[in-house]
Design a protein around this ligand. Structure first.
Ligand code: ADP
Length: 661
């Protein structure tokens, strides 16, 4: 068969075409990264061949020394990145270089805004890899031969609509990517420029990146090569030997992310088990964080040999956003995912790495952690329900909106909440709170920031509960009648409005010895807390009214009682301690399950003028209407729908007509 006969022109997949176009425009200002991407691919290809050669040495017998080379021709304006790694078969070249094989690609393109600045950030996050060649090249040629195969492949494209593939003879094992540089990118065919880019981005690559020695301008001789990187796998180096920039670049290599990480933790463990881990917290959540098939997990090495990507056995699901490397000295080189799954060593490492990540998060600068929380908070909340061994650490990492601060973007930690607990005048003094002080030398007592005496003067009694409220949205939470008594007493309440809050809360009893209390549940007794706003609480002589209301509501409610929660609203609904809340009900309904029946208590504010007037209402019909309205309103305030909206509107209108005469 002749080479010509096998040539074919293929179109890029639509998404690939879109990506190419967008990328060329939006990454232009950062175009030198193409080299990093190509070297990163070359190094991955070598890792993969090294792994395959463990079981089949013949694959590398012809050329056992792994290396990457960068060649350039200043006159021709070309630069090549050459590796002797795994290479690609023809089919693989078509598949890998012509399509984007990432799940969620469609969603990604849907998420693009058309605003170039924003989109370029998204693109970085998506990972552009090989296609970044087209930022600087008008023409790209890939010569590749898969290890163990005879025939090579030549792939060429100008990065527009299509590419050409054909068989090719005399191709060395591995891959040679040659870029014909655009007129304004000729600088990348110069030794100095290339060297500086390699050092900047790829110093950590574990194989040597070779370039011709400088000065050897003798055209007749084969140029002498030298390594321009340090060629030592970064995680194998001692910590204080590695600079921040190197850590950051290495992160980009393992994560395919363009952003810097926000934190990392590099550790070598010796003893019964020996392993090194380097774990990173990304700045931003990947666009497919909620996709169950999203890539996750660490790169696994055994004794420095790359074994697999996305080894997800080393971290729990709720830490799926963490990136990095784990290199074990104990696992066998032929370890498989199945073996990992059941291996005790895996479990031990996983437990240790989990603690490391949580610890790293806890030690972050509060302002930086705030951003991490905004990106990954919801996933960490999953952890509270899934990882009982680390529940306390996780609770310490949670951040909440709270009545302490009317700005819903402000967050508080439980530690801060507790520190403020005995300072009931907190509403008055919203001074700069160090939000998220994870490592505050805690101590419940004697907090130095509590300055004025009024804090202690309040009543001497300590509150012993962490109060919270769950609602559909922050706005709904803040306007909930359940907060009234707390506001009146200056008691802080945490406001939860994420859809999984009720779920994870159901796994939590207490933090730091303090019980959690849902303010919308059960009988509330704030009277041992500082209480000057309500002198006489028990108005039991009003019981006839409560009874009368109970008769109207019948079995719609569990019971009717006087409310100690309300100051402004006439009535509210209160769930039993163990009843299912509104969020869980919604989730069950959405998944087609029947939520168990539960009836709320109807609580009435006996000091409310409307309620006081009810006492005098002799007309039973009118009394019934008023109670029905109060009940429906209380329902609305919970974020529930009114069961008979039409009837509600009619009743209200009837009253309005009477009012207007
Ligand atoms: P990514 O590296 O993020 O998967 P790329 O677009 O850079 O995306 O590359 C797509 C695929 O092409 C890679 O996953 C790999 O399978 C293949 N590939 C790219 N470069 C090489 C190379 N130098 N050697 C072997 N395979 C390569």
């Amino acid at each position: 068969m002749t080479e010509q006969a096998t040539a074919e022109i293929r179109g890029f997949q639509t998404e690939a075409r879109k990506l190419l176009k967008l990328m060329i425009n939006s990454l232009y200002s950062n175009r030198e990264i193409f080299l990093r991407e190509l070297i990163s691919n070359a190094s991955d290809a070598i890792d993969r061949l090294r792994f395959e050669s463990l079981t089949d040495e013949s694959l590398i017998a012809d050329d056992p020394d792994f290396r990457i080379a960068i060649e350039f021709d200043n006159d021709a304006g070309t630069v090549s990145v050459v590796d002797n790694g795994i290479g690609m078969s023809r089919d693989e070249a078509v598949e890998n270089l012509g399509t984007i094989a990432k799940s969620g690609t469609e969603e990604f393109f849907d998420a693009l805004t058309g605003d170039e600045k924003k989109d370029s950030a998204l693109i970085g996050q998506f990972g552009v890899g090989f296609y970044s060649s087209f930022i600087v090249a008008s023409d790209v040629e890939v010569l590749t031969r898969r290890a163990g195969e005879d025939v090579g492949t030549r792939w060429t494209s100008t990065g527009e609509d299509d590419f050409t593939v054909e068989d090719a003879a005399d191709v060395a094992r591995g891959t040679r990517v040659t870029l014909t540089l655009k007129a304004d990118a000729k600088e990348f065919a110069e030794s100095y420029r290339l060297r500086s880019v390699v050092r900047k981005y790829s110093d950590h690559v574990g194989v040597p990146v070779m370039m011709a020695k400088e000065g050897g301008d003798d055209d007749n001789k084969e140029p002498e090569l030298e390594a321009v990187n340090s060629a030592k796998a970064l995680w194998t180096r001692p910590r204080n030997d590695v600079g921040d920039d190197e850590y950051k670049e290495f992160y980009k290599h393992v994560s395919h992310d363009f952003d810097d990480p926000v934190a990392w933790s590099h550790n070598k463990v010796e003893g019964k088990l020996e392993y090194t881990s380097l774990l990173y917290i990304p700045k931003r959540a990947p666009f497919d964080l909620w996709n169950r098939e999203m890539p996750r997990g660490l790169k696994l090495y055994v004794q420095r040999v790359f074994i697999m990507d996305e080894a997800d056995q080393f971290l729990p699901l709720y830490l799926r956003f963490v990136r990095g490397v784990v290199d074990s000295s104990d696992l066998p080189l032929n370890v498989s995912r199945e073996i990992l799954q059941q291996d005790d060593r895996t479990r031990t490492i996983r437990n240790a790495l989990t603690k490391r990540v949580l610890d790293m998060l806890a030690k972050m600068d509060p302002a930086e952690y705030h951003e991490v929380w905004d990106e990954f908070g919801l996933v960490l909340k999953e952890g509270v329900g899934e990882d009982f061994a680390n529940k306390d650490e996780l609770l310490g990492l949670l951040r909440f909106a709270s009545t302490h601060d009317s700005d819903p973007t402000q967050r508080t930690s439980l530690k801060d909440y507790i520190a403020r607990m005995n300072d009931d005048s907190e509403e008055a003094e919203s001074e700069e709170e160090p939000e998220g002080e994870a490592k505050a030398e805690a101590g419940a007592e004697g907090d130095a920031s509590v300055d004025d005496a009024s804090a202690d003067e309040s009543d001497g009694k300590r509150r012993d509960k962490i109060y919270y409220l769950i609602a559909d949205s922050d706005a709904a939470a803040r306007s909930s009648p359940h907060l009234e008594a707390f506001r009146a007493r200056g008691i802080e309440v945490l406001l939860l409005s994420d859809r999984i809050d009720e779920w994870w809360m159901s796994f939590v009893e207490e933090f730091d010895g303090l019980k959690f209390q849902d303010v919308a549940r059960g009988e509330l007794d704030l009277d041992d807390a500082a209480d000057e706003s309500k002198e006489d609480t028990a108005k039991s002589d009003d019981e006839p009214l409560l009874k009368r209301i109970g008769e109207v509501l019948g079995d719609k409610v569990e019971g009717v009682r006087e409310s100690k929660r309300l100051t402004d609203s006439p009535a509210c609904l209160v769930l039993g301690e163990h009843d299912m809340g509104i969020q869980m009900r919604r989730i069950m309904e959405a998944t087609g399950q029947a939520a168990p029946e539960s009836k709320p208590h109807f609580e009435v504010n006996l000091t409310h003028p409307l309620v006081e007037r009810l006492n005098d209402e002799a007309d039973e019909d009118r009394f019934g209407d008023l109670i029905a309205i109060l009940f429906d309103q209380a329902s609305l305030a919970e974020g529930n729908a009114v069961t008979e909206p039409g009837a509600y509107v009619k009743r209200v209108n009837k009253l309005l007509v009477e009012l207007l005469g």
